[in-house]
Write a protein that binds this ligand. Sequence first.
Ligand code: PLP
Length: 362
Amino acid sequence: MATFSSPPLFEEYPSLKGSIPWISLVDSPTPVRRLTNLEEYLETDISLWVKEDSLTSSKYGGNKVRKLEFIIADALQKEKNTIATIGGIGTNHGLATTIFGKDHDLKTVLYLIKQPITNHVLNNLKLDYYYGAELRYVKNYIGIGLNFYFLDRLRRKQTYWLSAGGSTPLGVLGYVNAVFELKKQIEKGTLPEPESIFVAAGTTGTMAGLELGIQLNGLRTRVFGVRVTDRMAATAGKVRSLGKKALKILRQDPKLRQLRYRPNFQLIDKFYGGAYGRVTKEASEAVNVIKETEGLSLETTYTGKALAGLFEHVKQRKIKGSIDDEPKSVLFWNTYNSVNLSSIADQVNYKQLPSEFHHLFN
Ligand SMILES: Cc1ncc(COP(=O)(O)O)c(C=O)c1O
């Protein structure tokens, strides 16, 4: 697989090379493919596509890897030796940070809060341990506030404090860059310019980056973020704020100095299900359907909910026989890691973890 030696974003704006930290982690471009069996199942003339960010890296895939290209580079440039971050006990972001941080001699400290227990969650905890993360069970937002935002900052000076989900303005650039990658694929004819993109919105950095990337590339695509976390964590205001801050970084390039931020996205609330990680009927159905029709493995916390949103959109927009000339294709952005690390997780006995986590395994 061809990996870009510098990100497509820097090819477009060469002055950013050297002024914005970046290291190569992603096996890019990630593949796109058409989901014809799913089209048939949904009885739609809209062409459906998937962007396989499940394959961002053979070590560990998913959306976090794109963000970490900028974040880890920033931590290294700032001469930090540790990255501390937050998440639920099964955080994919925490695990990705641990795996790729370790490769760059950065230790990881994870501040973890409760979430519904599934095998996936417990496996991620074991993997965090296996890859050397220091695990802190702070249980809830008060614990996070006290330890992550206050007490530990006073004593850990060489630590890079990273927001949940890696959704910082620099992390957002990972998905701005992803749209430049997608644009190349569109220009090559690999897929048509999508009318809309569906993606899970957790801490919203992914959708904020897609949104800004679409604007910079002059695409007509609309981003639909399907909210999978509570209303406080994922708001339209947060998407806009992250987008604006990311654009501010990019304004170092003279071509972007005058660019105004004009977002055109929609945050969809109805598939959340009332709690982070809660398995909903719609998400389970979407996960089963895509597995049966396309052999694609998703999960119910993020990608299943995003796909349920896409299903509804397609059903509402049945366009058989329509003659208008708008682009008619919908892209599902698969943000879920597809590298199976369960045999590694199996090597860890939960009793090796700090004792406050043991009860989760019983
Ligand atoms: C599989 C998966 N999809 C989507 C997301 C959401 O991305 P963001 O937090 O940037 O909204 C996450 C975040 O943890 C994730 O793990």
